[in-house]
Write a protein that binds this ligand. Structure first.
Ligand SMILES: C[S@@+](CC[C@H](N)C(=O)[O-])C[C@H]1O[C@@H](n2cnc3c(N)ncnc32)[C@H](O)[C@@H]1O
Length: 303
């Protein structure tokens, strides 16, 4: 009640209060409150305190595409750990709820974080929690729809949605910058297999690292005896293929792409294991082929 009185008083200029004949005692109390608690008279903060107190989200309450159930703090920590979040990251939580993931990413990992929440009251509640946690400068809660808002600047995306929503988001996630980490509480991404899994009590979360596109034919230079042809066939992070050199075609073993890193092994004609590790950047691959008697920088261009 007092808060409410103070907010309505603060919204009026002093001369208006005097004109309205505020009693001296009330006026004195108002001045005292402004001096002691300047936050109360800041319109944004006052609104957050007021509406946040009045509104308490209920577990299982209906959301636009999925209800609100918060991820337990223990799993939030593991999700951000497995994604190796640091202060250089920009974490987006799609369907932010009370902001627990965005607030933890900012508070414990120093990341910039953004939560997208459709329910305006829940979004406001999350903003107030960010303020209370002292991370309002690092956390932005957007009131919006995850299928309309742009989250392409994320380096880490977290989700606790539903299988069909994950599948709807999958093409957008796969088109993000290679190396972007995606962590989903409870639900998978269809046949895109997770790169890692974490468990907290009975809850589980999955990590994917957005793979670079390597599918196709590549011309490899830098090898003795002229150019080689690398043929790669990709399904998400799984890669198969062959390397053809001097008329000899060899299958690749254990080929995979994690973010922008491509690696594979092959058995040389001398029956030695040769390993390639390199980085993909658009239509270029640069890396090293190494083995017992080999250590060569090579470069590939997509044909
Ligand atoms: C299961 S809760 C997860 C909350 C939070 N990410 C967490 O892990 O604690 C899903 C949240 O998504 C919100 N939501 C549902 N559909 C949405 C949509 N289309 N756009 C934005 N938020 C949505 C719900 O209101 C709810 O808060």
């Amino acid at each position: 009640m007092k808060l409410h009185l103070l907010r309505s008083a603060a919204a009026e200029p002093l001369w208006a209060l005097l004109l309205k004949g505020y009693s001296r005692r009330r006026f004195f109390l108002f001045i005292l409150a402004v001096a002691l608690f300047p936050a109360l008279t800041h319109p944004g903060l006052a609104l957050a305190s007021d509406s946040g107190k009045a509104y308490t989200p209920q577990r299982g309450q209906i959301g636009k595409d999925v209800m609100w159930i918060p991820t337990p703090q223990g799993l939030v920590d593991k999700m951000l750990d497995v994604a190796k979040v640091t202060s250089r990251d920009r974490v987006f939580d799609l369907g932010a709820g009370d902001g627990i993931i965005a607030i933890t990413a900012a508070g414990r990992y120093g990341a910039q974080s953004v939560g997208i929440e459709y329910n305006p009251q829940l979004a406001e509640f999350a903003r107030r929690k960010a303020l209370e946690a002292g991370v309002a400068d690092k956390v932005r809660i957007i009131t919006g729809d995850i299928f309309k808002e742009d989250f392409s600047s994320a380096t880490v995306v977290t989700l606790y949605l539903y299988p069909d929503l994950n599948m709807r988001l999958r093409p957008t996630l796969l088109a993000m910058k290679p190396g972007t980490r995606v962590v989903s509480h409870a639900f998978t991404m269809g046949e895109w297999e997770p790169d890692d899994t974490v468990v907290h009590e009975s809850a589980r979360a999955y990590l994917w690292v957005v793979p670079a596109s390597v599918d196709g034919e590549w011309t490899i230079s830098g090898l003795e005896g002229g150019q080689a042809r690398l043929y790669l066939q990709q399904t998400f992070q799984q890669v198969g293929g062959t390397l053809t050199r001097n008329g000899l075609t060899q299958p690749l073993v254990g080929a995979r792409v994690r973010g922008d890193e491509l690696s594979f092994k092959l058995i040389s004609p001398q029956r030695e294991v040769v390993e390639f590790t390199g980085k993909v950047s658009g239509s270029q691959i640069r890396g090293t082929l190494s083995g017992a008697n080999l250590n060569t920088e090579v470069e590939g261009r997509r044909r």
